[in-house]
Design a protein around this ligand. Structure first.
Ligand code: HEC
Length: 161
């Protein structure tokens, strides 16, 4: 190799070594496992958000007609968090669990939609998902092929005011 070709390629060598150093140092930082105390703290933070969702689920505050999610979805029933995203006929598109939560706030609860990234939305999603823990994720799964989980007509929860 001629002297001038080393000069030509040394810049690439420096960049290459820098990238490798960066990757290795990041890998070391990312690999530290959580301590038991950290893992417990994180789990407790999740459970606090689930508890907030549980309270909201049973509170008519999101709507204007006295209904709460729990009237039609006791224990998170028929929310099918494991099936999203999927095509939902009420949405008329492939939407997310959060889109459907807002649909229910707007239509059955006759309320105002909430921000998709709000703490309330996270709490409702956490409650619906936590009540279905262990269920296999199946985007698009048809959970209404047999009985329709939320029915209208006799027995359908009526607004209380
Ligand atoms: C008055 C009854 C009623 C109330 C109250 C209600 N929903 Fe619903 N919910 C429905 C109906 C009806 C559907 C649509 C079912 C369908 O498309 O076949 C539905 C569907 C859903 C779905 C989607 C289920 C699926 O797999 O398509 C989610 C998620 C959901 N509701 C969440 C909520 C949340 C969260 C609340 C409270 C903010 C709420 N619902 C309040 C009646 C209600």
């Amino acid at each position: 190799m001629k002297a001038n070709s080393w000069t030509k390629y040394s810049g690439f060598a420096v960049i290459g070594v820098s990238i490798v150093t960066l990757l290795v140092s990041n890998a070391i930082q990312a690999k530290r496992p959580f301590t038991d105390a950290e893992a417990e703290d994180q789990q407790n933070m999740l459970l606090a958000v689930v508890a907030k969702g549980d309270a909201l689920w049973h509170d008519p505050v999101l709507g204007t007609n006295g209904l709460a999610c729990a009237n039609c979805h006791p224990d998170g029933a028929a929310t099918n968090p494991h099936t999203w995203p999927k095509f939902q006929t009420n949405l008329g598109k492939v939407g997310t669990l959060r889109d459907m939560i807002n649909w229910c706030i707007q239509i059955p609860l006759e309320g105002q939609t909430i921000a998709l990234d709000s703490d309330e939305m996270t709490a409702l999603e956490a409650y619906a998902t936590f009540t279905h823990r262990g269920v296999a994720i199946s985007p698009g799964k048809d959970e209404q092929h047999g009985a329709v989980p939320v029915a209208s007509g006799p027995g359908y929860p009526k607004p209380t005011r």
